[in-house]
Design a binder for this molecule. Sequence first.
Ligand code: HEM
Ligand code: HEM
Length: 293
Amino acid sequence: MQESLLAYRRMRYLWAAGALAAAAILAYALHRPPEPPNGGTWLGYTLGGIAAALVLLLGAFSIRKRAYASTLGSVRGWLSAHVYLGLALLVVMTLHAGFQFGWNVHTLAYALACVVVASGIVGVWFYLRYPEQMSRNRAGETREQMLAELADLDRLCAKQAAALGGEFPDVIVSARDRAALGGSAWAILAGRDRSRVVLPGAHGGGHAQPNAGQSRLVDWLGHELAGSTDGERTRLIHELMALVNTRRGLLERLRRDAQIRGWLDAWLYVHVPATCALLAALAAHVLVVFLYW
Ligand code: HEM
Ligand code: HEM
Protein backbone atom coordinates (compact mmCIF):
# COMPACT_ATOMS: atom_id res chain seq x y z
CA MET A 1 0.00 0.00 0.00
CA GLN A 2 2.89 2.35 0.79
CA GLU A 3 5.52 3.55 -1.73
CA SER A 4 3.85 1.53 -4.45
CA LEU A 5 0.76 3.66 -3.99
CA LEU A 6 2.51 6.63 -5.59
CA ALA A 7 5.13 4.77 -7.63
CA TYR A 8 2.77 2.10 -8.99
CA ARG A 9 3.89 0.78 -12.44
CA ARG A 10 6.50 3.51 -12.87
CA MET A 11 3.97 6.18 -12.01
CA ARG A 12 1.87 5.48 -15.06
CA TYR A 13 -1.12 7.26 -13.53
CA LEU A 14 0.96 10.29 -12.63
CA TRP A 15 1.84 10.58 -16.32
CA ALA A 16 -1.74 9.98 -17.42
CA ALA A 17 -3.16 12.52 -14.96
CA GLY A 18 -0.38 14.98 -15.78
CA ALA A 19 -1.13 14.65 -19.50
CA LEU A 20 -4.83 15.25 -18.85
CA ALA A 21 -4.13 18.35 -16.76
CA ALA A 22 -1.61 19.66 -19.32
CA ALA A 23 -4.07 19.13 -22.21
CA ALA A 24 -6.76 21.02 -20.25
CA ILE A 25 -4.39 23.90 -19.54
CA LEU A 26 -3.26 24.06 -23.17
CA ALA A 27 -6.83 24.03 -24.49
CA TYR A 28 -7.80 26.72 -22.00
CA ALA A 29 -4.83 28.89 -23.04
CA LEU A 30 -5.63 28.54 -26.76
CA HIS A 31 -9.37 28.93 -26.29
CA ARG A 32 -10.75 32.28 -27.53
CA PRO A 33 -14.45 32.30 -26.69
CA PRO A 34 -16.56 35.38 -27.52
CA GLU A 35 -17.36 35.81 -23.82
CA PRO A 36 -15.00 35.39 -20.82
CA PRO A 37 -14.10 31.70 -20.32
CA ASN A 38 -16.79 29.89 -18.32
CA GLY A 39 -18.56 26.59 -17.95
CA GLY A 40 -21.00 27.40 -20.76
CA THR A 41 -18.60 27.53 -23.75
CA TRP A 42 -17.89 24.38 -25.77
CA LEU A 43 -14.60 23.94 -23.88
CA GLY A 44 -16.43 24.67 -20.62
CA TYR A 45 -18.91 21.88 -21.30
CA THR A 46 -16.13 19.52 -22.36
CA LEU A 47 -14.10 20.15 -19.22
CA GLY A 48 -17.27 19.96 -17.08
CA GLY A 49 -18.08 16.59 -18.64
CA ILE A 50 -14.57 15.32 -17.99
CA ALA A 51 -14.71 16.62 -14.41
CA ALA A 52 -18.03 14.89 -13.76
CA ALA A 53 -16.72 11.64 -15.30
CA LEU A 54 -13.68 11.85 -13.03
CA VAL A 55 -15.86 12.35 -9.95
CA LEU A 56 -17.95 9.30 -10.85
CA LEU A 57 -14.85 7.22 -11.55
CA LEU A 58 -13.18 8.29 -8.30
CA GLY A 59 -16.36 7.57 -6.35
CA ALA A 60 -16.58 4.15 -7.98
CA PHE A 61 -13.37 3.25 -6.16
CA SER A 62 -15.60 2.60 -3.17
CA ILE A 63 -17.27 -0.19 -5.13
CA ARG A 64 -14.05 -1.60 -6.65
CA LYS A 65 -12.42 -1.66 -3.24
CA ARG A 66 -15.07 -4.05 -1.97
CA ALA A 67 -15.56 -6.10 -5.14
CA TYR A 68 -13.17 -8.83 -4.05
CA ALA A 69 -14.01 -11.12 -6.97
CA SER A 70 -13.45 -8.39 -9.57
CA THR A 71 -10.56 -8.73 -12.00
CA LEU A 72 -10.97 -5.18 -13.30
CA GLY A 73 -7.48 -3.98 -12.39
CA SER A 74 -5.90 -4.41 -8.97
CA VAL A 75 -7.09 -2.40 -5.97
CA ARG A 76 -3.58 -0.97 -5.72
CA GLY A 77 -3.68 0.19 -9.34
CA TRP A 78 -7.09 1.75 -8.81
CA LEU A 79 -5.86 3.56 -5.73
CA SER A 80 -2.81 4.92 -7.55
CA ALA A 81 -5.03 6.12 -10.39
CA HIS A 82 -7.48 7.49 -7.84
CA VAL A 83 -4.87 9.67 -6.18
CA TYR A 84 -3.42 11.17 -9.37
CA LEU A 85 -6.72 11.61 -11.23
CA GLY A 86 -8.14 13.21 -8.08
CA LEU A 87 -5.39 15.82 -8.29
CA ALA A 88 -5.98 16.32 -12.04
CA LEU A 89 -9.64 16.95 -11.25
CA LEU A 90 -8.58 20.04 -9.34
CA VAL A 91 -7.09 21.52 -12.52
CA VAL A 92 -9.87 20.39 -14.87
CA MET A 93 -12.75 21.70 -12.76
CA THR A 94 -11.05 25.03 -12.08
CA LEU A 95 -10.57 25.64 -15.80
CA HIS A 96 -14.12 24.42 -16.44
CA ALA A 97 -15.45 27.14 -14.15
CA GLY A 98 -13.19 29.69 -15.86
CA PHE A 99 -12.18 30.89 -12.39
CA GLN A 100 -15.70 32.22 -11.86
CA PHE A 101 -16.91 31.67 -8.33
CA GLY A 102 -19.83 32.99 -6.33
CA TRP A 103 -22.22 32.08 -3.53
CA ASN A 104 -24.15 29.46 -5.48
CA VAL A 105 -24.61 25.73 -5.86
CA HIS A 106 -21.94 25.63 -8.61
CA THR A 107 -19.29 26.93 -6.27
CA LEU A 108 -20.63 24.65 -3.53
CA ALA A 109 -19.88 21.66 -5.77
CA TYR A 110 -16.44 23.10 -6.43
CA ALA A 111 -15.74 23.68 -2.73
CA LEU A 112 -16.88 20.17 -1.80
CA ALA A 113 -14.58 18.69 -4.45
CA CYS A 114 -11.75 20.69 -2.87
CA VAL A 115 -12.62 19.25 0.56
CA VAL A 116 -12.58 15.72 -0.88
CA VAL A 117 -9.23 16.27 -2.59
CA ALA A 118 -7.68 17.92 0.47
CA SER A 119 -8.82 15.11 2.77
CA GLY A 120 -7.50 12.62 0.19
CA ILE A 121 -4.06 14.25 0.33
CA VAL A 122 -4.13 14.00 4.13
CA GLY A 123 -5.14 10.33 3.79
CA VAL A 124 -2.23 9.54 1.48
CA TRP A 125 0.13 11.28 3.85
CA PHE A 126 -1.16 9.07 6.69
CA TYR A 127 -0.87 5.95 4.52
CA LEU A 128 2.75 6.73 3.73
CA ARG A 129 3.65 7.60 7.27
CA TYR A 130 1.73 5.41 9.66
CA PRO A 131 2.12 1.76 8.55
CA GLU A 132 5.86 1.91 9.21
CA GLN A 133 5.31 3.53 12.61
CA MET A 134 2.67 0.93 13.35
CA SER A 135 4.93 -2.04 12.64
CA ARG A 136 7.77 -0.45 14.60
CA ASN A 137 5.43 0.07 17.55
CA ARG A 138 4.12 -3.47 17.31
CA ALA A 139 7.66 -4.86 17.15
CA GLY A 140 6.61 -8.00 15.31
CA GLU A 141 3.63 -8.68 17.54
CA THR A 142 -0.03 -8.62 16.63
CA ARG A 143 -2.49 -6.67 18.71
CA GLU A 144 -3.91 -9.95 20.00
CA GLN A 145 -0.46 -11.05 21.14
CA MET A 146 0.05 -7.75 22.94
CA LEU A 147 -3.31 -8.13 24.69
CA ALA A 148 -2.45 -11.70 25.71
CA GLU A 149 0.86 -10.43 27.07
CA LEU A 150 -1.00 -7.78 29.04
CA ALA A 151 -3.28 -10.41 30.57
CA ASP A 152 -0.20 -12.45 31.56
CA LEU A 153 1.43 -9.43 33.18
CA ASP A 154 -1.79 -8.64 35.06
CA ARG A 155 -1.78 -12.16 36.45
CA LEU A 156 1.88 -11.97 37.47
CA CYS A 157 1.36 -8.57 39.14
CA ALA A 158 -1.62 -9.92 41.09
CA LYS A 159 0.40 -12.92 42.23
CA GLN A 160 3.30 -10.77 43.33
CA ALA A 161 0.95 -8.37 45.14
CA ALA A 162 -0.71 -11.30 46.92
CA ALA A 163 2.72 -12.45 48.10
CA LEU A 164 3.36 -8.97 49.51
CA GLY A 165 -0.08 -8.77 51.15
CA GLY A 166 -1.30 -5.68 53.00
CA GLU A 167 -2.48 -2.91 50.68
CA PHE A 168 -0.70 -4.25 47.62
CA PRO A 169 -3.45 -6.53 46.22
CA ASP A 170 -6.11 -3.80 46.33
CA VAL A 171 -3.82 -1.23 44.75
CA ILE A 172 -2.73 -3.55 41.95
CA VAL A 173 -6.32 -4.64 41.25
CA SER A 174 -7.46 -1.01 41.13
CA ALA A 175 -4.63 -0.05 38.74
CA ARG A 176 -5.57 -2.99 36.53
CA ASP A 177 -9.32 -2.31 36.54
CA ARG A 178 -8.90 1.41 35.97
CA ALA A 179 -6.25 1.20 33.27
CA ALA A 180 -7.89 2.96 30.31
CA LEU A 181 -7.38 1.71 26.79
CA GLY A 182 -9.69 3.22 24.22
CA GLY A 183 -12.45 5.52 25.39
CA SER A 184 -13.98 8.25 23.26
CA ALA A 185 -12.88 8.64 19.65
CA TRP A 186 -11.15 11.84 20.60
CA ALA A 187 -9.26 10.24 23.51
CA ILE A 188 -8.04 7.51 21.15
CA LEU A 189 -6.92 9.96 18.46
CA ALA A 190 -5.20 12.18 21.01
CA GLY A 191 -3.57 9.11 22.60
CA ARG A 192 -4.68 10.42 25.98
CA ASP A 193 -4.25 8.11 28.95
CA ARG A 194 -7.20 8.38 31.33
CA SER A 195 -6.07 5.57 33.62
CA ARG A 196 -6.78 5.98 37.31
CA VAL A 197 -5.80 4.23 40.49
CA VAL A 198 -7.06 4.13 44.08
CA LEU A 199 -4.26 4.49 46.62
CA PRO A 200 -4.65 4.00 50.36
CA GLY A 201 -4.37 6.46 53.24
CA ALA A 202 -2.28 9.58 52.87
CA HIS A 203 -1.57 8.75 49.22
CA GLY A 204 -5.10 9.24 48.04
CA GLY A 205 -7.48 8.37 50.84
CA GLY A 206 -9.29 5.76 48.79
CA HIS A 207 -10.20 8.15 45.94
CA ALA A 208 -9.46 7.33 42.34
CA GLN A 209 -6.78 9.63 40.98
CA PRO A 210 -5.22 10.15 37.57
CA ASN A 211 -2.62 7.50 36.79
CA ALA A 212 -1.47 8.42 33.27
CA GLY A 213 1.56 6.37 32.29
CA GLN A 214 0.95 4.43 35.53
CA SER A 215 3.00 7.15 37.20
CA ARG A 216 1.00 7.41 40.43
CA LEU A 217 1.27 3.67 40.92
CA VAL A 218 5.02 3.73 40.28
CA ASP A 219 5.41 6.65 42.73
CA TRP A 220 3.51 4.73 45.39
CA LEU A 221 5.58 1.59 44.84
CA GLY A 222 8.73 3.73 45.08
CA HIS A 223 7.48 5.10 48.37
CA GLU A 224 6.77 1.62 49.72
CA LEU A 225 10.18 0.49 48.56
CA ALA A 226 11.92 3.36 50.31
CA GLY A 227 10.05 2.54 53.53
CA SER A 228 10.82 -1.17 53.45
CA THR A 229 13.32 -2.42 55.99
CA ASP A 230 12.84 -6.13 55.38
CA GLY A 231 15.21 -7.61 52.75
CA GLU A 232 12.71 -10.15 51.41
CA ARG A 233 9.94 -7.56 51.19
CA THR A 234 12.29 -5.15 49.39
CA ARG A 235 13.09 -7.85 46.84
CA LEU A 236 9.41 -8.59 46.24
CA ILE A 237 8.57 -4.90 45.77
CA HIS A 238 11.49 -4.59 43.35
CA GLU A 239 10.15 -7.46 41.28
CA LEU A 240 6.65 -6.00 41.34
CA MET A 241 8.01 -2.67 40.13
CA ALA A 242 9.78 -4.38 37.26
CA LEU A 243 6.51 -6.07 36.25
CA VAL A 244 4.57 -2.82 36.56
CA ASN A 245 7.15 -1.08 34.38
CA THR A 246 6.93 -3.71 31.66
CA ARG A 247 3.15 -3.43 31.84
CA ARG A 248 3.39 0.35 31.58
CA GLY A 249 5.43 0.07 28.34
CA LEU A 250 2.96 -2.42 26.92
CA LEU A 251 -0.05 -0.21 27.73
CA GLU A 252 1.75 2.66 26.04
CA ARG A 253 2.28 0.59 22.88
CA LEU A 254 -1.32 -0.60 22.84
CA ARG A 255 -2.55 2.96 23.17
CA ARG A 256 -0.26 4.12 20.37
CA ASP A 257 -1.47 1.26 18.18
CA ALA A 258 -5.11 2.30 18.66
CA GLN A 259 -4.13 5.90 17.98
CA ILE A 260 -2.43 5.08 14.67
CA ARG A 261 -5.30 2.89 13.53
CA GLY A 262 -7.69 5.66 14.52
CA TRP A 263 -5.91 8.25 12.37
CA LEU A 264 -5.72 5.81 9.45
CA ASP A 265 -9.53 5.74 9.55
CA ALA A 266 -10.39 9.24 10.74
CA TRP A 267 -9.77 11.14 7.49
CA LEU A 268 -12.20 8.82 5.67
CA TYR A 269 -14.94 10.31 7.86
CA VAL A 270 -14.36 13.53 5.96
CA HIS A 271 -13.47 12.05 2.56
CA VAL A 272 -16.50 9.80 2.14
CA PRO A 273 -19.32 12.05 3.44
CA ALA A 274 -17.85 14.96 1.46
CA THR A 275 -17.90 12.70 -1.62
CA CYS A 276 -21.63 12.03 -1.07
CA ALA A 277 -22.30 15.74 -0.63
CA LEU A 278 -20.26 16.46 -3.77
CA LEU A 279 -22.32 14.01 -5.84
CA ALA A 280 -25.52 15.69 -4.64
CA ALA A 281 -24.20 19.21 -5.29
CA LEU A 282 -22.94 18.16 -8.72
CA ALA A 283 -26.35 16.78 -9.65
CA ALA A 284 -27.93 20.04 -8.48
CA HIS A 285 -25.36 22.06 -10.46
CA VAL A 286 -26.05 20.20 -13.69
CA LEU A 287 -29.81 20.38 -13.10
CA VAL A 288 -29.72 24.12 -12.41
CA VAL A 289 -27.51 24.73 -15.44
CA PHE A 290 -29.85 22.83 -17.77
CA LEU A 291 -32.98 24.42 -16.30
CA TYR A 292 -31.81 28.03 -16.27
CA TRP A 293 -29.15 28.47 -18.93
C1 HEM B 1 -16.82 18.32 -10.74
C2 HEM B 1 -17.65 18.80 -11.63
C3 HEM B 1 -18.03 20.24 -11.75
C4 HEM B 1 -17.73 21.31 -10.95
C5 HEM B 1 -16.92 21.31 -9.65
C6 HEM B 1 -18.32 22.48 -11.55
C7 HEM B 1 -18.22 23.76 -11.04
C8 HEM B 1 -18.64 24.89 -11.70
C9 HEM B 1 -18.43 26.25 -11.26
C10 HEM B 1 -17.74 26.64 -9.95
C11 HEM B 1 -18.96 27.07 -12.18
C12 HEM B 1 -18.93 28.61 -12.18
C13 HEM B 1 -20.27 29.12 -11.69
C14 HEM B 1 -20.32 30.63 -11.69
O1 HEM B 1 -20.15 31.25 -12.74
O2 HEM B 1 -20.59 31.20 -10.62
C15 HEM B 1 -19.51 26.25 -13.23
C16 HEM B 1 -20.15 26.72 -14.34
C17 HEM B 1 -20.83 25.94 -15.24
N1 HEM B 1 -20.88 24.56 -15.24
FE1 HEM B 1 -19.94 23.34 -13.97
N2 HEM B 1 -18.99 22.10 -12.68
C18 HEM B 1 -18.83 20.74 -12.83
C19 HEM B 1 -19.38 19.95 -13.82
C20 HEM B 1 -20.25 20.41 -14.81
C21 HEM B 1 -20.93 19.61 -15.81
C22 HEM B 1 -20.86 18.08 -15.85
C23 HEM B 1 -21.63 20.46 -16.60
C24 HEM B 1 -22.50 20.16 -17.79
C25 HEM B 1 -23.45 19.33 -17.85
C26 HEM B 1 -21.41 21.78 -16.14
C27 HEM B 1 -21.95 22.91 -16.69
C28 HEM B 1 -21.66 24.19 -16.33
C29 HEM B 1 -22.12 25.35 -17.01
C30 HEM B 1 -23.00 25.38 -18.25
C31 HEM B 1 -21.59 26.46 -16.35
C32 HEM B 1 -21.74 27.90 -16.75
C33 HEM B 1 -22.65 28.65 -15.89
C34 HEM B 1 -22.38 30.13 -16.01
O3 HEM B 1 -21.56 30.51 -16.83
O4 HEM B 1 -22.95 30.89 -15.26
N3 HEM B 1 -20.56 21.73 -15.04
N4 HEM B 1 -19.31 24.92 -12.90
C1 HEM C 1 -13.29 14.37 -6.06
C2 HEM C 1 -12.32 13.53 -5.92
C3 HEM C 1 -12.39 12.28 -5.08
C4 HEM C 1 -13.45 11.48 -4.80
C5 HEM C 1 -14.88 11.63 -5.26
C6 HEM C 1 -12.98 10.43 -3.93
C7 HEM C 1 -13.74 9.42 -3.40
C8 HEM C 1 -13.28 8.35 -2.70
C9 HEM C 1 -14.06 7.23 -2.25
C10 HEM C 1 -15.57 7.09 -2.46
C11 HEM C 1 -13.22 6.36 -1.63
C12 HEM C 1 -13.58 4.99 -1.05
C13 HEM C 1 -13.69 5.04 0.42
C14 HEM C 1 -14.26 3.79 0.95
O1 HEM C 1 -15.28 3.37 0.42
O2 HEM C 1 -13.72 3.26 1.90
C15 HEM C 1 -11.91 6.93 -1.65
C16 HEM C 1 -10.79 6.36 -1.09
C17 HEM C 1 -9.56 6.95 -1.08
N1 HEM C 1 -9.24 8.19 -1.57
FE1 HEM C 1 -10.44 9.39 -2.61
N2 HEM C 1 -11.64 10.60 -3.72
C18 HEM C 1 -11.24 11.71 -4.41
C19 HEM C 1 -9.97 12.25 -4.46
C20 HEM C 1 -8.89 11.76 -3.81
C21 HEM C 1 -7.58 12.36 -3.81
C22 HEM C 1 -7.17 13.62 -4.57
C23 HEM C 1 -6.79 11.58 -3.04
C24 HEM C 1 -5.35 11.71 -2.71
C25 HEM C 1 -4.54 12.65 -3.06
C26 HEM C 1 -7.61 10.48 -2.53
C27 HEM C 1 -7.16 9.48 -1.71
C28 HEM C 1 -7.90 8.39 -1.36
C29 HEM C 1 -7.33 7.25 -0.67
C30 HEM C 1 -5.88 7.08 -0.20
C31 HEM C 1 -8.38 6.33 -0.52
C32 HEM C 1 -8.22 4.94 0.05
C33 HEM C 1 -8.99 4.65 1.27
C34 HEM C 1 -8.82 3.21 1.66
O3 HEM C 1 -8.59 2.35 0.83
O4 HEM C 1 -8.89 2.96 2.86
N3 HEM C 1 -8.89 10.64 -3.02
N4 HEM C 1 -11.98 8.15 -2.29
